[in-house]
Design a protein around this ligand. Structure first.
Ligand SMILES: [Zn+2]
Length: 316
């Protein structure tokens, strides 16, 4: 099943402001398709799959109105907020059934609201593209060092994903074995290269985050020859793997580190205290690495993610 809108019915050299109504008819997803002098290749630049991540949506909103169709060789589908219901409630998950859309692709029309939305995003946007840049910002509860994720599989589309990921200007690249349900995993099965990037956090939009997202989007489009863009020099990236540190108790989390800090194995990273002030837990690094994700919301429950630590790995 294809999308309800048809790329080949759009005039070339045009900024097309469109709306996709979800299958349940409850939600409208505004999007813009810039058709250039030719229609192919087609890049999808998508954000707002999680409703509490805002750097990507803001950068997309700017670029989708700025880029001149006459300077585009191909087409760009810009979706600033793919999950308007979650955006309205400022939650990662879909407010109607608490589902995570980015664990639900390719979705199903027979499922609940999250499954249906995943299906709609997949068919309306993803399957129309020959490459995809998916922008994330970790969550409103944590900060993240900017990094790009791509599949560590060896398929041609995964290798093409790795190639573009290395051109986006990130210091940290995270090759990943995506769990099923992630957009990346679902589109690679269709041979479409995809990179998911993480920038920002804390539900904020900052000048620094905007400059970075903008640069990443322009680099991505230029890699596929869709626009011309003279990027600053590209640093040699560091490839990483990661481990998570979870809270084992409920209480007040006090962090002793900052995002980007280096920690040694055994280093005390923070503490969790009971409401009476008692020390419930001392959080320590199990291996040396860099603080990549740091929970800033200090009220924690058992199994909440407190930190993610990046460890350098060899370039394959
Ligand atoms: Zn996200």
């Amino acid at each position: 099943m294809g999308s309800k809108w048809k790329l080949n019915e759009l005039a070339t050299c045009c900024r097309n402001s469109l709306v996709s109504t979800t299958s349940d008819k409850l939600t409208n997803i505004p999007f813009i398709v810039i058709t250039g002098t030719v229609r192919d290749p087609v890049a999808l630049i998508i954000a707002g799959v999680h409703g509490d991540e805002f750097e990507g949506p803001a950068a997309i909103q700017d670029l989708m109105l700025e880029i001149e169709p006459t300077e585009v060789q191909g087409s760009i589908i810009f979706v600033p907020v793919a999950n308007p219901s979650a955006f309205a409630s400022a939650t990662r998950r879909h407010p109607l059934d608490n589902g995570d859309v980015n664990r639900s692709f390719p979705g199903s029309l027979n499922g609940g609201p999250t499954q249906q939305l995943a299906h709609d995003i997949f068919h309306e946007f993803a399957l129309n593209a020959s490459s995809i840049l998916s922008l994330h910002g970790w969550s409103k509860e944590a900060s993240v060092v900017p990094y790009a994720e791509y599949s560590e599989d060896n398929s041609p589309a995964a290798r093409a994903s790795q190639e573009v990921a290395r051109r986006l200007g990130f210091h940290y690249l995270h090759p990943y074995r995506w769990p099923s349900g992630v957009l990346g995993d679902a589109v690679l099965a269709h041979g479409i290269p995809i990179v998911e990037v993480e920038v920002g956090g804390m539900g904020t939009i900052t000048a620094q985050g905007q400059a970075l997202c903008r640069d990443v989007i322009l680099r991505f489009l230029a890699h596929f020859g869709i626009i011309e863009f003279d990027a600053a020099s590209t640093p040699e990236p560091v490839l990483v793997s990661h481990y998570d540190l979870l809270s084992s108790s409920a209480g007040l989390f006090r962090s002793l580190v900052e995002v980007g800090d280096h920690v040694e194995a055994g280093h005390t990273i923070g503490t969790v205290h009971g409401l009476n002030g008692s020390l419930l837990e001392t959080v320590r690094a199990s291996e040396a690495g860099t603080v990549a994700i740091l929970r800033r919301l200090a009220s924690v429950q058992p199994n909440d993610l407190l930190l993610q630590i990046f460890m350098n790995r060899q370039i394959a």
